[in-house]
Design a protein around this ligand. Structure first.
Ligand code: UT7
Length: 330
């Protein structure tokens, strides 16, 4: 079995920034409330002509350029998103064509905020079985397209962004790469965070549009309580089954949904906050984009280094839950 390693990383966020002060002009909220309850100060918003595949392609090109890999060398492209350009064709096909990945197959993966971790694990297994040499995993979400900017309970939370990680096989004996993954889904929580219309259950109609059913609907408190409990549980179980204590984790890179969820997870695990990456302040919740964006920031600030043991963790709509352990390769 080959061991997959992350060999390059690229991200993209659209230039326009929507601040908490901007939101104060749009809904009844305040910079202080948003900061205190979520940790978010600002988020990036895509212009009308930019869709999920555009951000994904930019992130992909940056990752490939970093490693000097031609898109034609890719064996597979996995795009993790809940905001595809269209219901079909898959965004992976649009990205494949755009970047010229002439040999690659691929697909979209829908697991909301856990999407990137599910994609990373799937990609790692494609590498492990030896049939794939280079797999590109992309998390890209244009959340602003499905957010109701009259609903203060959700519109302050989300932003747009994308990130891509290139997976390749580690050299024999190289102490780098994928260690383990644990995932869980729990459909009993499906009603607490969803976009009700636009699928086969409730196709688009004048009525669904009038009732604002094509936007994110969330019971924030339910999701919050579940996320706090499960982020900790899944990390603890994964560490235990790998014989690791929290003190052996160099960096926790969690999904960025709410600063309080991340801090509660760190506290329950007994991890000092210095070993946790929190960048929600600048981006909000970009759904499948948060983990690559947070990893990029950790790398650029020098906090993430070659050889580090990294714990990724996420909870999202579905519910979906996931955590994975990696030795950082570069
Ligand atoms: O990516 C995974 C999915 N998402 C999540 O993980 C999000 C999980 N949930 C959360 O992060 C939090 O539940 C929220 C940030 C969404 C809300 O924070 P909260 O502390 O749970 O607030 P709440 O819903 O209990 O609301 C408290 C009060 C309410 O007013 P009353 O009823 O006490 O008068 C809300 O109406 O805050 C009010 N409120 C706001 N006030 C100002 C809700 N949203 C806002 C707002 N500005 N934007």
């Amino acid at each position: 079995m080959k061991r997959a390693k992350i060999s390059a990383l690229g991200c993209y966020t659209p230039p326009r920034v929507l601040t908490n002060h901007d939101l104060e002009q749009m809904v009844s909220t305040s910079d202080q409330w948003i900061l205190d309850r979520t940790g978010i100060s600002e988020r990036h918003i895509a212009p009308p002509d930019i869709a999920t595949s555009d951000m994904a392609a930019e992130a992909a090109k940056t990752a490939l350029a970093q490693r000097g890999v031609d898109a034609a060398e890719l064996d597979a492209i996995l795009v993790c998103t809940v905001t595809p350009d269209m219901l079909f064709p898959a965004t992976a096909c649009l990205v494949q064509h755009r970047i010229g990945a002439t040999k690659a197959w691929g697909f979209d993966l829908v697991a909301a905020c856990s999407g990137f971790l599910y994609g990373l694990t799937t990609g790692a297994h494609l590498i492990a079985c030896g049939s794939h040499k280079k797999v590109l995993v992309i998390g890209s979400d244009t959340m602003s397209r499905i957010i109701d900017y009259t609903d203060r309970g959700t519109c302050v939370l989300f932003g747009d962004g994308a990130g891509a990680m290139l997976l390749e096989a580690a050299e024999d004996g190289e102490p780098a790469g994928f260690m383990d993954f644990l995932g869980e889904i729990d459909g009993s929580g499906g009603d607490y965070l969803k976009m009700p219309a636009g699928g086969s259950r409730m196709p688009a109609s004048a009525e669904t549009v009038a009732n604002r059913m094509h936007f994110v609907h969330q019971d924030g408190q339910q999701v919050f309580k579940y996320a706090v409990r499960k982020m900790h549980e899944i990390c603890k179980t994964l560490l235990e089954r790998n014989g690791l204590s929290a003190s052996e984790v160099d960096l926790l890179i969690p999904h960025q949904a709410n600063r309080r969820i991340v801090c509660a997870t760190a506290e329950r695990l007994g991890l000092p906050i210095e070993r946790v990456v929190i960048n929600i302040g600048k981006y909000g919740n970009t759904t499948a984009g948060t983990i690559p964006l947070a990893t990029r920031d950790a790398l650029e600030s020098g906090r993430l280094k070659k050889g580090h043991t990294v714990l990724f963790a996420a909870v999202g709509a579905g519910y979906t839950v996931g955590a994975s352990l990696w030795h950082w390769a570069y």
